[in-house]
Design a protein around this ligand. Structure first.
Ligand code: NAD
Ligand code: UDP
Length: 317
């Protein structure tokens, strides 16, 4: 018999970086969690400490195929997030976003569940408006090497809003900006994990381009708090809502900060800039502040200090 307030919650992509943190937080809030993952970029290791919890269930499943279970809420996170991973099999990336959304929305419709979509700042592409507000429609290349991810996520948003308008589904759409923290895949090629591992090994820090491009980095705990606040917000509020830390840094500044905090002897190594790499990215989080009473609390330096020991642990023989 479930507790009166305990919900049964599905997290797709639950064995990935964000998914694993979300599963833990939902269990801590006394919910029942079903974690679905095909282990493309995620792994059982990310949720290993949850496996003994009787309210946690781990299921190998690919969201591009239908899923028949009974749940109260769905967090749809399944999709590789790092450029090298989503570009590895771009057709599968688009299928995961689009077919995955159709399958999860179909499930939500059948069981009348509330459904959350992990959308992305990439829907703004290489933005010409700065900082980015939710009303900006973006500047996206439809057929470049990032398009499998960007357009897949844009189409998923379209599907969410059409299911909402057409079928009355309760939807919640978060546009996530660059997030970092423990449990990031050490080989996923994202900038924070790359730089920390390179610095800890005293290897050259690979800066793509001249390092003047900017990103705004959010610590994972702050982001997960935003997820829960959005899911628990009144039904009338669907988003899309920007979730990220407005603190904006150049990639060169990030490299220097990582070198300083790790006490590394690494030097900067400039490499070619990948195609369609956005020049600037910074969330305007006015809407999240107003509707969710949320704003990030962990500044970059503090978050890096929490993240570096995780990678140190992975590098130990
Ligand atoms: P991640 O790669 O660590 O996690 C994604 C998870 O989805 C992995 O466990 C992977 O195995 C799983 N997955 C991939 N394809 C699947 C499929 N077809 N069926 C089932 N599972 C599948 O990435 P993350 O950083 O945890 O990102 C989670 C979500 O948040 C993604 O949807 C991503 O697009 C979104 N997001 C993340 C960030 C960020 O900075 N971390 C930024 C914007 C958006
Ligand atoms: N980047 C870099 N060196 C690396 C990895 C990434 O300079 O080793 C740059 C990348 O070109 C981009 C930024 O860091 O400008 C963020 O890259 P990431 O892959 O983390 O995410 P993105 O925001 O591009 O999806």
């Amino acid at each position: 018999m479930r507790g009166l307030t305990r919900k049964r919650i599905l997290v797709t992509g639950g064995a990935g970086f964000l998914g694993a943190h979300l599963c833990k937080r939902l269990l801590d809030e006394d919910h029942e969690v079903i974690c679905v993952d095909n282990y493309f970029t995620g792994s059982k290791d990310n949720v290993i400490e949850l496996l003994d919890n009787p309210h946690f269930e781990l299921m190998r499943h690919d969201v591009t195929f239908p899923l028949y279970i009974e749940v109260d809420e769905i967090y749809n996170l399944a999709c590789p997030a790092s450029p090298i991973h989503y570009q590895h099999d771009p057709v599968q990336t688009t299928k995961t976003s689009v077919h995955g959304a159709i399958n999860m929305l179909g499930l939500a419709k059948r069981v009348k569940a509330k459904i959350f979509q992990a959308s992305t700042s990439e829907v703004y592409g290489d933005p010409q408006v700065h900082p980015q507000t939710e009303s900006y429609w973006g500047h996206v290349n439809p057929n470049g090497i990032r398009s499998c991810y960007d357009e897949g996520k844009r189409c998923a948003e379209t599907l969410f809003f059409d299911y909402h308008r057409q079928h009355g589904l309760r939807i919640k759409v978060a546009r996530i900006f660059n997030t970092y923290g423990p449990k990031m895949h050490p080989a996923d090629g994202r900038v924070v994990s790359n730089f920390i591992i390179q610095a800890l090994n005293n290897k050259p820090i690979t800066i793509y381009g001249d390092g003047s491009q900017t990103r705004s980095f959010c610590y994972v705990d702050d982001l997960i708090e935003a997820f829960l606040r959005l899911m628990n917000s009144p039904d009338g509020f669907t988003g899309p809502v920007n979730t990220g830390n407005p603190g904006e840094f150049t990639i060169k500044e990030l490299a220097e900060k990582v070198i300083e905090l790790t006490g590394s002897r690494s030097k900067l190594d400039y490499r070619p800039l990948p195609a369609d790499d956005p020049a600037h990215r910074q969330p305007d989080i006015t809407l999240a502040r107003d509707k969710l009473g949320w704003e990030p609390r962990v500044e970059l330096e503090e978050g890096l200090k929490k993240t570096i020991p995780y990678f140190e642990g992975l590098l130990k023989p």
